[in-house]
Write a protein that binds this ligand. Structure first.
Ligand code: FAD
Length: 336
């Protein structure tokens, strides 16, 4: 049994910053995440994209933000259970909780802070019969590191910002040796600016734009070698490639969290904005996973929510102690 003051479910940016704020209150945290690494959406979906709305950082790569948050949390020695989804939560008679993961790892604490973001998220996959056979053998649903595609032939599918931005990036920076963008319509859902940039590169011959078409088949022996493209007007054509990257977005699902007796609205946990507490005393929800009137799913809002929630958590753990707000400039950071 892992014992701690606060179990944080979700090691995304919001969960990580909560470790720092808890540390200032001398509360120890243990984080659980179903992904094998910390960082949530920032690490899993867009580590190389710059974020422009983190206060004090005119621009920071999402991956760098996570590195900084890990460094900021380090003095407070958080524990991690990674690669294991939190499956069940049990409330004991004394009001404390036991959180058990899919692998059976048990964690015990008086407070649970859910920072589960979009929940357990899965990419939307195109309906191609043998696509599973080529996963990690040429088929990827997320671009984590563009360098992985250096010198390679890539076919990207999709009509949103992700597909447009990555097709542009891999071609414009001369990372991939060939880039084709396949989209089933002749109009795109992405920003006009992104669409124009792709059209400009297509006119220069740096992107092969295949519209009104869909990838319907995959060929290869042990690894992907070719995609079958079905064009509405011209029938089938074969495109030789090393990678097929369908970027059709993510399917968010709260997963096990939805079964814990919490009040759920719009696939998110309802909270009281006084302290971001849920309907179960001792359980808080912060970041993308919660909902309330005026909610914004932004990292900076999650940082605020975690800070306020921890003040309330402190009062629950130490009802007899008065917490006086101290500036870090005055007190510094006293690690454990
Ligand atoms: C492409 C893209 C660009 C974005 N750009 C910006 C931007 O410019 N500025 C901005 O402020 N925001 C941006 N966002 C949104 C931002 O990423 C989110 O607001 C932020 O990640 C929320 O952080 P979080 O910690 O609440 O959740 P997440 O980052 O989603 O992390 C939640 C973690 O909880 C884990 N989890 C869920 N359920 C369980 C479970 N049962 N057990 C264990 N682990 C679990 C997940 O695996 C995940 O790692 C962007 C999002 C995307 C997709």
């Amino acid at each position: 049994m892992i014992e701690t003051d606060i179990i944080i479910i979700g090691a995304g940016p919001v969960g990580l910053f909560a470790v720092f704020e808890a540390g200032l209150l001398k509360l120890k945290c243990h984080l659980i995440d179903s992904l094998p690494q910390a960082g949530g959406q920032c690490s899993e979906i867009y580590p190389k994209k710059p974020i422009y709305d983190i206060p004090g950082f005119p621009s920071v790569l999402a991956g760098e933000l996570i590195d900084n948050l890990m460094e900021q949390a380090a003095p407070f020695k958080p524990g991690f259970t990674l690669g294991e989804a939190a499956q069940t939560i049990d409330k004991l008679e004394d009001g404390s909780f036991i959180v058990t993961t899919v692998k059976g790892t048990k964690h015990h604490a008086p407070i649970v802070m859910i920072a589960g973001g979009l929940g357990v998220f899965e990419p939307r996959k195109p309906p191609i019969a043998n696509i599973v056979d080529f996963e990690d053998k040429g088929v990827e649903y997320i671009i984590k590191d563009p360098e992985f595609y250096r010198g390679k032939r890539c076919v990207i599918a999709g009509g949103g910002d992700s597909a447009l931005d990555w097709a542009f990036f891999l071609a414009d920076k001369n990372i991939a040796s060939e880039v084709a963008l396949v989209h089933r319509s002749s109009s795109f859902r992405g920003h006009l600016d992104s669409v124009q940039k792709v059209i400009d590169l297509a006119e220069k011959g740096k992107i092969k734009l295949i519209t009104e078409a869909e990838v319907v088949g995959l060929n290869g022996d042990g690894k992907l070698e070719q995609v079958v493209v079905q064009h509405t007007a011209n029938g089938e054509m074969l495109v030789d490639t090393d990678h097929f990257i369908p970027l059709f977005g993510l399917k968010p699902s709260l997963g096990p969290i939805a079964d814990w007796g919490l009040e759920i609205e719009k696939n998110a946990i309802k909270v009281d904005t006084k302290d971001y507490s849920t309907n179960i005393p001792g359980i808080y929800a912060i970041g993308d996973v919660n909902t309330y009137e005026g909610k914004l799913k932004l990292i900076l809002c999650g940082f605020h929510e975690g800070t306020i929630a921890l003040q309330s958590a402190f009062a629950r753990i130490h009802p007899d102690k008065k917490n006086i707000l101290k500036y870090t400039t005055v007190n510094g950071v006293q690690g454990f």
